[in-house]
Ligand binder design. Structure first.
Ligand code: SAH
Length: 348
């Protein structure tokens, strides 16, 4: 039982490399339960039994990257590609707004169609129609000047998981032209520019060791992200990692709890991947310290095409029934889904 190390993290918000490795490598279900209880208390103290929800609009699955784990990777010639029109995107926002969404997350592959001109235009149109809503972008690595233009157009937040803080692991997960150095440059630029910036990684991705996860936690302790996205790796049958096993739910929950303990204010989603490896994954995530859920707002016609991994949860629910299910799930554990932007540092 790693009680001492978990207690130390909760008082000092810092562990050294050896301590992280020890905490992660020898972890047991008992540790998950202990860290989960502590994380839950911290979350209740800070946020109460309130869950913020964000609507994800997966607007394009074209991608020029070659991430070995991802079903949308450019070299996957069997992926059926699509790109939503501006009108599709605005209609998704409209439907979402009526349901109570106050954050729209625009996510896509690294699509060459995502020019600064087009992206800033769509952000401005959304902000003009919904001035009280936050816009989050998750469109990958771009230049600093591009990020500046996106921020100036009104985007509030940016999600760019660091994927792996260990250079060796990063190189095993990506083609040589995609470098950890550039990923880190992007994250630094985003934060400096003023975005509420999200980092994160997958758990149980091929070749990942306890040392690698320790490096991820140390990176996040230093960087101080506003948001952290962590979910289990899930294989996609059309990728080089098709034959690897999925990541472990218990380990994912443990790391989520450690993130909450390390960074009490962080916005921590119970991810779709967590709800895919375990049907009650999102509930377990909330009980382990998560305070955000990001249901899908994309039109149903394209849901099954945004397959970053196999059997992704929620591809059959229209926005209204997806939200109803979420409310029921949260209701069952006494939590309430709240209508508000839910910015980093806010209690509203
Ligand atoms: N192109 C955007 C969005 C990527 S998809 C970007 O680069 O930020 C969002 C996240 O899904 C990725 O950051 C990755 O961590 C996760 N992901 C990709 N493939 C996955 C898989 N096979 N299993 C679990 N998560 C995966």
């Amino acid at each position: 039982m790693k009680k001492n190390l978990i207690d130390k993290l909760s008082t000092r918000h810092f562990l050294d490399h050896g301590e992280w490795v020890q905490l992660i490598s020898g972890h047991t279900e008992e540790d998950t339960a202990y860290a989960g209880g502590l994380a839950r208390e911290i979350t209740l103290d800070r946020f109460g039994k309130r869950i913020w929800f964000r609507g994800i609009i997966e607007f394009s699955n074209y991608c020029g990257c070659g991430c070995l784990y991802c079903g949308l990777r450019g070299p996957n010639a069997r992926a059926e590609r699509y790109r939503l029109t501006d009108e599709d995107i605005l209609e998704s926002c409209e439907a979402g707004f009526r349901l109570g969404y106050r954050t729209f997350v625009l996510q896509s592959g690294e699509d060459p169609h995502n020019t600064d001109e087009w992206l800033t235009g769509i952000v401005k149109r959304i902000k003009a129609s919904y001035p009280d809503c936050a816009v989050t972008l998750s469109v990958g690595e771009r230049s600093r000047s591009s990020y500046e233009a996106l921020y100036a157009s009104g985007a509030d937040r940016y999600l760019l998981r660091h994927e792996a803080a260990s250079p060796e692991l990063y190189a095993k997960l990506h083609p040589a032209r995609q470098t950890l150095q550039n990923r880190m440059r992007c994250l630094k630029d985003l934060k400096e520019i003023g975005f509420q910036t999200g980092a994160g990684m997958m758990v149980g991705v091929p070749y990942q060791t306890a040392e690698d996860l320790a490096a991820d936690m140390e990176f996040m302790a230093g960087f101080g992200p506003a948001m952290i996205g962590i979910g289990p790796f899930i294989p996609h049958h059309q990728t080089p990692f098709a034959a690897f096993p999925a990541g472990n739910t218990d380990m994912t929950l443990f790391l989520l709890s450690l993130c909450r303990i390390m960074l009490p204010e962080v916005l921590l989603p119970a991810t779709t991947a967590l709800g895919t490896t375990e049907s009650s994954g999102r509930v377990l995530g909330v009980l382990a310290g998560c305070n955000v859920i990001m249901p899908n707002l994309s039109p149903l016609s394209v849901r099954k095409k945004y397959m970053i991994y196999d059997n992704k949860a929620g591809t059959g629910d229209d926005p209204a029934s997806g939200l109803r299910k979420l409310r029921e799930q949260m209701d069952s554990i006494g939590y309430e889904v709240v209508v508000s932007r839910g910015d980093y540092g806010s209690k509203e």
